[in-house]
Design a protein around this ligand. Sequence first.
Ligand code: HEM
Length: 462
Amino acid sequence: MTVTAIVDAVAAPAHTQGLGDQDSIWFKLTALQRGNEHNPMTTLMQLAERYGGVIPVNMGNQRVIFVTEPEHFKRVLVTKVDDYIKYFDGLKPIFGKSMITHDGALWQKIRMPQQPAFHPDMFAEYIPYFLTAIRSKMDLWSGLAKSGESFEMVEQTWTLAADMICKALFDRDMPFNPHVVFKCVKTYTDVMNHKQVRLKKVHSSGEFEITEEDTAKAMETWAGVPPDVFAADPREARERTLLSMIEAAVADPTIPEFDRQQAIDELKQYLWAGTETTALTLAWALYQASKNPDVAERIRREGEQVYGDREPTAADYGALAYTRAVIQETMRLYPPIWGLIRVATKADEIGGKEIKIGDRVVLFAYGTHHSAKYWEDPESFKPERFMGDAAKKRKPYTYIPFGGGKRACIGGAMSQVENTLAISILLRKFRPEYVGVEPPGINATVTLTPKGGLQFRVHELG
Ligand code: HEM
């Protein structure tokens, strides 16, 4: 299969499949926002405190079970993993039929040929491309520092994360406008939009901000991104990239399931799962660095000591222990995937509560990450928790930013390299100043996003 053939194969029309459908858990979860508009996570935390670690909630004709205990996470993610399948209703246009949505043998067949791209041995190869993307972001920030204008940080980090993936994993310069694409994706992943479309479907009135037509347009743009990536000129014609592995899988007759549409959808998946989460983590980390100047100073000092004035390498990444802990602590306080959703395919019992076939089970990662049962002073930002003995003593499954078991994030380790290097390098040259609402509100979209974004100004250090 040639690149051209893959591009020609793109057909899938834009659609708003599942968005705002009554049974979609994303639509139902908008009810969460009513409890505490500033941070809907607190509503679930309170429920967990009052009713224990397994909370069945009847939402219309469906049971949603919120679980918050580490041993229950282990049961669903590891011990009984095959009895709990993935849930992606309403998000198909974002992910298509990519591996993240599949289960069982098919999932394995699709993941296997791509796995080598994420082996830690590859990181040294990727780092120069991460650094190129970071440098281009620094040029942009120099301009923003000079003009003094404020900007939204998640949009900035999203474009950086997308650039890093395109350059390192696809051997392409970003062949799309990331700001436009970022907005399109948000249209779909913001749970409140699901609610608006739902209300519009029910009342068919024109008073809602977002329409199905808007989302269809957004998805059309989104669907056009992978073909643009395939069609773009390679930067260096590297032989061993994720993109070349995907192309080889399409050409491999022993895996007919890995067809042309699969290749397109894999790219969609990476451009969402690998950018949104990485970007949110970096943006929240910069927020914490702005609020805690001592943290920012320690990151700068560590960078100075470890790689000084030269470019950091893979070995330097290993030595940036404090900076890496800052990223890990950020993902504890703000897990980008705040809840992992599964559907029970067999009857089970969790924590003494009955699980019925078809129940939606939400592993409430945010709840465990913020629980005083497992973390001392849980609301404080303390990177030291992830260093030395403190890290070794941690109870398993109390920290699951990347999920767990065989379905754990394929790019988790790589994202930590990206974010550790990015924050280290950016802070050596800039002092980002958070100028938004304090504390920032939380929006429980598919990811944990700051309400209205994170508004910043940057200052260039002398
Ligand atoms: C801070 C960064 C990241 C976070 C917090 C994160 C989080 C997660 C989580 C929680 C899952 C499991 C979801 C579940 O079990 O329901 C997951 C899966 C996945 N992630 Fe990430 N992720 C990050 C970065 C990345 C990157 C950089 C990539 C690739 C470039 C990536 C690609 C994927 C893929 C493909 C899967 C599906 C794996 C499978 O189903 O086998 N992620 N991620």
